[in-house]
Design a protein around this ligand. Structure first.
Ligand SMILES: C[S@@+](CC[C@H](N)C(=O)[O-])C[C@H]1O[C@@H](n2cnc3c(N)ncnc32)[C@H](O)[C@@H]1O
Length: 318
């Protein structure tokens, strides 16, 4: 039976994740962060009922994908974007998700994917809100804290200049759901978790998802990424983890590279950090923040920060 096969696969995948964690022990130590404890922090929030039926450890196979879809679906998503180009993006995202559900034997009627499609299309529009010079075009995109993996949906379908897609996470269940989703999208996985002999190397191929845990961000070369995406994640990191992530973002981004953030301003600030000050102190320059009202115009305010090109700041002819 398909469900037996998938359950066996889920257990196999969980064991493989634990094995990766064990093999990466020296790298984990080198980060100086207690990754186990950060998981416990979320377990505590789960126990308080703050995260609904979410489960970050036990991977449930395709059922996990539906839980992550429904997590987005439960919140009302205001949307002021409209018009044919936007509707085309929504339709593309939706068609890809329907195909995923079909492949995994899930019933789309039970798991509203419409809100997910709109959220995906909004992100895609906000990530590329205006024309930029060639050097700022996004050829390498890194999704940090990838959820069920939804950024791959539109980026790998609709961004012709994209050559390299990288996804990063740290929690077993989301990491394993991402693996399931990317493969169900028809993409090839290049995953640090699958490396037994040879070392993990990023593949430049728009049909490949490069996948690795955050404690191995060192595997992403310096100055190699054009956009880091962090949606609904930075404010939930412990302060140590946030410091680690921002240092890594600054290192892996090219000069002129963008950091796309979408989260809440003025509420749901779990780590209680003054994010704008921390981003500025970490070497980023604020570039774009539309005057949208969170919860009224949009869910989570999109912003673009950039690793500055000093020539743009100094000005004049170079
Ligand atoms: C609220 S979800 C947002 C998911 C996704 N960005 C989206 O918009 O659909 C937070 C995500 O961050 C991940 N996460 C939490 N701590 C992390 C860490 N230290 N490194 C990488 N990802 C992390 C979680 O596993 C989850 O995928």
């Amino acid at each position: 039976m398909l469900s037996d096969t998938l359950n066996a696969t889920s257990q196999y995948e969980q064991d493989a994740f634990v094995e990766m964690f064990r093999k990466d022990a020296s790298w984990i130590d080198a980060t100086g962060l207690d990754w186990d404890r950060s998981w416990q922090h979320l377990e505590k929030r789960l126990a308080e009922g703050a995260l609904g039926d979410m489960n970050f450890h036990g991977f449930l196979g395709p059922e996990h994908l539906t839980r992550l879809y429904n997590w987005i679906d439960r919140i009302p998503y205001p949307n002021f974007l409209n018009g044919p180009p936007f509707e085309r993006l929504v339709a593309l995202a939706r068609a890809a998700d329907l195909a995923v559900m079909d492949r995994l034997g899930l019933d789309p009627e039970l798991h509203g994917i419409d809100a997910v499609s709109v959220y995906n299309a909004q992100d895609f529009r906000f990530q590329t809100p205006y024309q930029v010079p060639w050097r700022q075009r996004v050829r390498t995109f890194l999704d940090f804290g990838a959820g069920h993996g939804r950024q791959a949906n539109l980026w790998l379908q609709t961004a012709p200049q994209l050559t390299t897609f990288i996804a990063v996470d740290a929690f077993p269940a989301t990491y394993l759901t991402q693996r399931l989703y990317y493969q169900a999208l028809g993409l090839t996985l290049n995953d640090h978790m699958d490396m037994t002999q040879q070392p993990f190397v990023i593949h430049e191929d728009p049909k490949v998802v490069n996948h690795l845990p955050s404690w191995r961000l060192d595997l992403v070369p310096d100055g190699s990424v054009d956009m880091v995406c962090a949606v609904q994640v930075l404010r939930e990191l412990s302060r140590g983890m946030l410091r680690f992530a921002l240092r890594q973002f600054h290192r892996i981004l090219r000069t002129d590279g963008a950091l796309y953030i979408r989260d809440h301003i003025g509420f749901h600030n779990v780590n209680m950090v003054d994010m704008d000050r921390v981003l500025a102190a970490s070497g980023f320059v604020a570039e774009w923040q539309p005057a949208l009202i969170d919860g009224k115009d949009v869910h989570g305010v999109p912003r673009i920060w950039r690793k500055p090109n000093l020539n743009a700041i100094i000005g004049g002819k170079v």
